[in-house]
Unconditional design. Structure first.
Length: 243
């Protein structure tokens, strides 16, 4: 078991964004996280990486308690993420963006800027963005920003990558390319993936298991085909009539 989330709760002003959620992720798995808009999916990711602190519950990585650790220490331990809305240093080049991720995300105090740039070049080549290495982030297309996010995550040498709707805003061809890229990176680097996705076809094909949230609570977990046919899940998405 790589990640264990045990009865985690997060509230905002008395509203439960995440309520008593528990699940685990084994090494090498791809686990999908689905649920209607506002279900608490991104909040849960933010709690795992330390952006938000859980009000109660416990999170363990490889048996070590990371519940109260700050984001940079959690990153050093091997968890990285991408964002639903692309995040970048907009006035830096693509290669500089990835180099910053390498310098800050690895637990290597002796790492030089030259070494970081070299590794950044390698990461950009892996995601097909090497030819745009000297382009400012603000001048990249949405698909290129998505791949830049993957390169930045990869530069931290993660064991677990949290992907937050990597397909959002992409056309079908771009989405297919992105899925193939994520699968290849997972296999080549022996990554574990925790993946929020709204496109059911993608998560059905990519995930080994699926966790479903609704109003902050886990309402189902299991193999994708089993979960997608669960009446409680159907009701959460489509209402009682369809369930």
């Amino acid at each position: 078991m790589l990640l264990k989330v045990d009865n985690v709760t997060k509230t905002f002003g008395g509203v439960h964004a995440v309520r008593n959620v528990s699940f685990s992720i084994n090494k090498g798995e791809t686990v999908g996280l689905i649920g209607p808009n506002g279900a608490g999916k991104t909040t849960l990711l933010n709690v795992i990486v330390g952006t938000y602190k859980a009000d109660s519950g416990k999170i363990e990585l490889d048996g070590n308690d990371i519940t109260t650790k700050p984001p940079y220490k959690i990153c050093h331990l091997g968890i990285s993420r991408t964002y639903q809305l692309p995040q970048a240093f907009w006035d830096l080049t693509a290669i500089a963006n990835v180099a910053v991720a390498g310098l800050c995300g690895k637990h290597r105090p002796d790492m030089s800027y030259g070494d970081a740039m070299l590794e950044a070049s390698h990461c950009l080549e892996l995601v097909g963005l090497f030819g745009k290495r000297n382009i400012l982030a603000r001048d990249l297309t949405l698909y290129e920003l998505r791949t830049l996010g993957l390169a930045r995550a990869l530069a931290t040498t993660p064991r677990l990558v949290l992907i937050d709707e990597a397909m959002a805003g992409l056309n079908p061809g771009e989405a297919l390319r992105a899925v193939k890229l994520i699968r290849r990176l997972k296999e080549e680097y022996h990554l574990t993936i925790f993946w929020i996705e709204h496109i059911m076809k993608i998560i059905m094909e990519a995930a080994d298991r699926v966790v479903v949230l609704n109003y902050g609570e886990k309402i189902a977990e299991g193999p994708p085909k089993e979960v997608i046919n669960n009446p409680t899940v159907v009701e959460a998405y489509l209402g009682k009539k369809h369930a």
